[in-house]
Write a protein that binds this ligand. Structure first.
Ligand SMILES: C[S@@+](CC[C@H](N)C(=O)[O-])C[C@H]1O[C@@H](n2cnc3c(N)ncnc32)[C@H](O)[C@@H]1O
Length: 300
């Protein structure tokens, strides 16, 4: 493919599909269509049944570049620069994890734990990446405010841009930090999807993850539990009276993570599963009393 002007949609799709198929991409036709639509700045559905439509030379060149990147196993979301999470649109950058649908389990767990959508919650998102967890929660709790923190300056900046993009900037603040360093106050809800992949496993992950998600977002140390150990130390001083911490963990890490938080004095409220039915996050509280979350005890 050389981006020659005059090529038709069907022709470029066939070439793109073939190239992606050779690179081992499963849904090569669908992805080629997504990339061509983006290259032409058209909605995906517009191209259906439009096989004979000519493609402008500049769009064909863009498509060629997109296909080359996808053939090198860069995810479509990174090529297009954004990803949907909890029906919101999030811009991505080199420092942000590509948000996973499984992490929507954390949002569901909070919704289940907090009876009132009008609660004036204070929310802390530790390791915010794109800001997807905090911003999704702010759309569900219109009176809530929150802070997201990330060690990666570019991730904090991307999250801030996502807050503006989703018109939530008045209730969300994003800052650079090593977990809660430089932070004061306590929070009704703390969410975190920390890095939890054991270091030696990272190279074995699919290339879309191992090559394109930032190492800082993946690497959980030798046993994958380093970040959980760090979070367990800080949660007791950051949780408001009656507050809960909802923490994502890796497959089969649940019992080990639970022990770490319990050793730090926290109490398990429940497990929450992801869409695949796997235990995905722990809901931990600072004490065993089932106080109502969100009585405005936290501060932002
Ligand atoms: C698995 S990603 C999660 C990102 C986002 N919350 C999500 O669910 O898509 C973990 C995030 O933690 C951040 N991180 C790693 N170590 C950190 C630390 N010591 N302090 C603050 N953030 C950290 C990474 O930069 C990354 O953005």
């Amino acid at each position: 493919m050389n981006g020659a002007s005059g090529a038709a949609v069907g022709e470029l799709l066939a070439i793109g599909q073939q190239r992606l198929g050779r690179a081992g991409i499963e849904n090569a036709r669908r992805e080629a269509r997504l990339l061509l639509a983006a290259a032409m700045a058209r909605p995906w559905g517009d191209l259906v049944g439009e096989e004979r439509q000519p493609v402008a030379a500049d769009a064909a060149v863009r498509f060629d570049g997109f296909v080359a990147r996808r053939a090198a196993r860069e995810p479509v979301s990174r090529i297009l620069g954004h990803r949907e999470f909890w029906s919101l649109d999030f811009g991505l950058s080199a420092a942000t994890l590509d948000p996973r649908a499984d992490s929507e389990a954390l949002i569901e767990a909070v919704l289940e734990a907090v009876p009132s959508r009008d609660a004036s919650l204070s929310i802390l998102d530790l390791g915010c990446g794109s800001g997807c967890l905090l911003l999704a929660l702010l759309t569900e709790f219109p009176q809530a405010r929150g802070i997201g923190i990330d060690l990666a300056p570019l991730a904090a900046a991307t999250a801030g841009a996502n807050a503006e993009h989703n018109r939530l900037e008045r209730r969300a603040r994003f800052q650079i930090g090593d977990w809660d360093s430089g932070l004061t106050g306590r929070f009704d809800i703390i969410v975190s999807n920390p890095p939890y992949i054991p270091t030696s496993r990272i190279a074995t992950l699919e290339p879309e993850v191992a090559r394109y998600d930032p190492l800082l977002a993946l690497d959980g140390g030798a046993d994958g539990l380093d970040a959980h150990r760090q979070l367990a130390q800080l949660l007791p001083r950051r949780l408001a009276d009656g507050g809960i911490a909802v923490i994502e963990h890796g497959d089969e890490q649940g019992p080990a993570a639970q022990s770490i938080y319990e050793a730090a004095g926290l109490v398990l409220r429940k497990w929450h599963a992801d869409l695949g039915g796997h235990r995905r996050c722990l809901v931990m509280a600072s004490d065993g009393d089932k106080k109502t979350v969100g009585k405005g005890r936290g501060t932002v």
